[in-house]
Design a binder for this molecule. Sequence first.
Ligand SMILES: *[C@@H]1O[C@H](CO)[C@@H](O)[C@H](O)[C@H]1NC(C)=O
Length: 161
Amino acid sequence: MHISLRLRVSSIPMVLLAMLVSAMLVSAGGTPLTQAQAEARLLPSGITASSEGRCTNKSNPQCTSYVGILSGTVDGVIALKKAAGVPSLVITGGTEVGHPGGVYSHGTGFKVDVRHQPGLDNYIHTAFLKIGNRGDGFPQWKGPSGNLYCDEGAHWDITFY
Ligand SMILES: *[C@@H]1O[C@H](CO)[C@@H](O)[C@H](O)[C@H]1NC(C)=O
């Protein structure tokens, strides 16, 4: 009797801990992926990477890296390509160093840079809501789930929340 009561009491913090951990794992951005895990999802979907250095090293700003990219970001890019109906999509920036920091940034796995193409640009312009320019003057569109599509001129800078 005494023992079972102790077990029951001590199981309460365990349940709370489990709830906290699962809430963290299913947060908006999902879970961080390895380079190989991200490629395994993106490549069969027709989504490739491009970089000046033709490399994937997260510590080199010349590379386009998927190391630590969030699963929700990867799912978001795949969904965007499908919705836009374009045959291919090119990611020109991932989690590599050299981008501004912040909670929702490239380094934390929430952002990708995506190459412009007419089908994609038209889709973003028509399907999403044009909102005020970003602080640096670049125009941005907002999706129904809050995702931000900022046209930085050279490419789209997309934040998946
Ligand atoms: C990744 O880049 C960093 C910084 O340029 C370098 O020190 C490191 O050796 C590179 N790693 C690989 C595996 O190329």
